[in-house]
Design a protein around this ligand. Structure first.
Ligand code: SAM
Ligand code: ZN
Length: 278
């Protein structure tokens, strides 16, 4: 079944920048210059033209996406997902964009726990991830695109979500309404400490930078930390989700699997900021 992509012109053409209009009967979008984009059968839209790609398969690859889905669906980050959903509800978001949405775990959680009037959009540069997200959540609007060139109309969103994902500050400002909100989740100082101990001979606290992008002011900051005890296979999946996975050779993976009862600290910094620029 194809998803309910918003028929209005929230999208802009990634080639010429003019507004994209949907032809619902044909399940495709066109701009006035006849650039044309079809909805994939899973219901997502690919708005990343080949000339904007730096590699053939940018972003997370399929094994990384599958590792993330396996680990997240086991529920280990549910306290974070709950905190995110309650901030979205408390602020009565209407048009929300999940930047670097990955395989859609947080978007699904938000749909299940937030007000039904919320219109959810998700974007990632990795096609595998977007396809997987769209398959599981037909009501949300997923696209393949880069955070550096957001193919949305100016000031379309009132809420942006950025969970362990990159962004481009100017693009964040452009697509957000005046007084719109930006919710960011970044690793806290002790995030995954015990996992890192398997890789680094000396583990250092992750340095916190409290800088907000230009044009934003702080509304609220929370630190969420607790310990998790994933099973051996889930520990390896967790490792594959991290930016330091590439440092872990086969011996590290074996040691990680062999450890008995490993408790791992999570540490998340959840920052809510408001757009103050006009
Ligand atoms: C660490 S993952 C986080 C995924 C998801 N937010 C989560 O927490 O499960 C970072 C995501 O950003 C995506 N990504 C990396 N560079 C990107 C870019 N330039 N534009 C859009 N997404 C990008 C990756 O493909 C990946 O899915
Ligand atoms: Zn165009």
């Amino acid at each position: 079944m194809l998803q309910h992509h918003t028929p209005s012109s929230c999208y802009s053409c990634p080639i010429c920048g003019s507004s994209l209009q949907s032809k619902l009967s044909a399940n495709s979008y066109n701009c006035q210059n006849n650039h044309h984009f079809d909805l994939a059968k899973e219901g997502y839209l690919n708005l990343l033209p080949a000339q904007h790609k730096r590699s053939v398969e940018p972003g997370d690859n399929k094994p990384m996406m599958q590792a993330r889905r396996e680990f997240l669906e086991a529920g280990y980050y549910e306290p974070l997902a709950k905190a995110v959903a309650s901030l979205i509800n408390a602020n009565q978001a209407e048009h929300l964009l999940d930047l670097g949405c990955g395989e859609g775990y947080y978007s699904r959680h938000i749909e299940a726990h937030c007000a039904s009037k919320l219109i959810l959009h998700g974007l990632d540069i990795a096609k595998f991830a977007v396809r997987a997200a769209a398959q599981k959540q037909p009501k949300a609007n997923f696209i393949v695109a880069s955070v550096n060139r957001l193919p949305y109309a100016d000031q379309y969103f009132d809420f942006l979500l950025k969970i362990f994902a990159p962004s481009n500050p100017l693009e964040l400002l452009r697509v957000l309404k005046p007084s719109g909100l930006l919710l960011t989740v970044t690793p806290g100082p002790r995030h995954l400490w015990q996992l890192k101990e398997f890789i680094y001979s000396e583990v250092h606290e992750h340095l916190l930078t409290h800088d907000l992008p230009h044009g934003f002011e702080l509304v609220d900051r929370q630190r969420i930390s607790y310990t998790i005890s994933p099973n051996p296979q889930q520990r390896v999946a967790l490792l594959q989700m991290t930016p330091f996975a590439w440092r872990a050779n086969e011996n590290v993976q074996l040691a990680l699997k062999a450890a008995i009862e490993l408790s791992i600290e999570t540490d998340f910094i959840v920052t809510l900021a408001v757009k103050t620029a006009p």
